[in-house]
Design a protein around this ligand. Structure first.
Ligand code: MN
Length: 129
């Protein structure tokens, strides 16, 4: 039975750290979002073939496909190019921010991610998406 079309905004979280992934999946589910979670780039691509989310939260350090490369691929694909991508990065220097923008990210958020900051920033991307 599908739980997909109940009107809740849908977020794909791509994060290889299971502790962080589980914590944010739980937090965002409890905050009213429908969640898909992927632990690597290939899992993210598989999820995107099945359903198109309203927002992608993208860890940049993934074991298979670097997050910025994955973002570039999504921006080249008509099926996924309009989904806003927010990068989650441990390196939030100015050059890293430029690289995020160049790859097509709508924004980035620095690790360690503060739960309240994350919850505050999400609605703007869902509404504008
Ligand atoms: Mn990582």
């Amino acid at each position: 039975m599908s739980e997909r079309s109940d009107g809740r905004p849908h977020i794909l979280l791509v994060e290889d750290n299971a502790t962080i992934r589980d914590a944010f999946c739980l937090l965002l589910t409890e905050s009213g979002y429908e969640m898909s979670c992927a632990s690597c780039g290939e899992e993210a691509l598989q999820s995107l073939r099945e359903t198109v989310p309203d927002l992608i939260l993208m860890d940049l350090g993934l074991p298979d496909i670097p997050g910025l490369e994955l973002t570039r691929r999504l921006k080249e694909d008509e099926a996924t190019r309009d989904i806003p991508v927010v990068a989650i990065t441990g390196r939030a220097q100015e050059a890293d921010e430029r690289a995020c923008r160049a790859a097509g990210c709508a924004a980035h958020i620095a690790k360690p991610v503060n739960s309240r900051d994350l919850l505050e920033m999400i609605p703007a991307f869902i509404e504008n998406g």
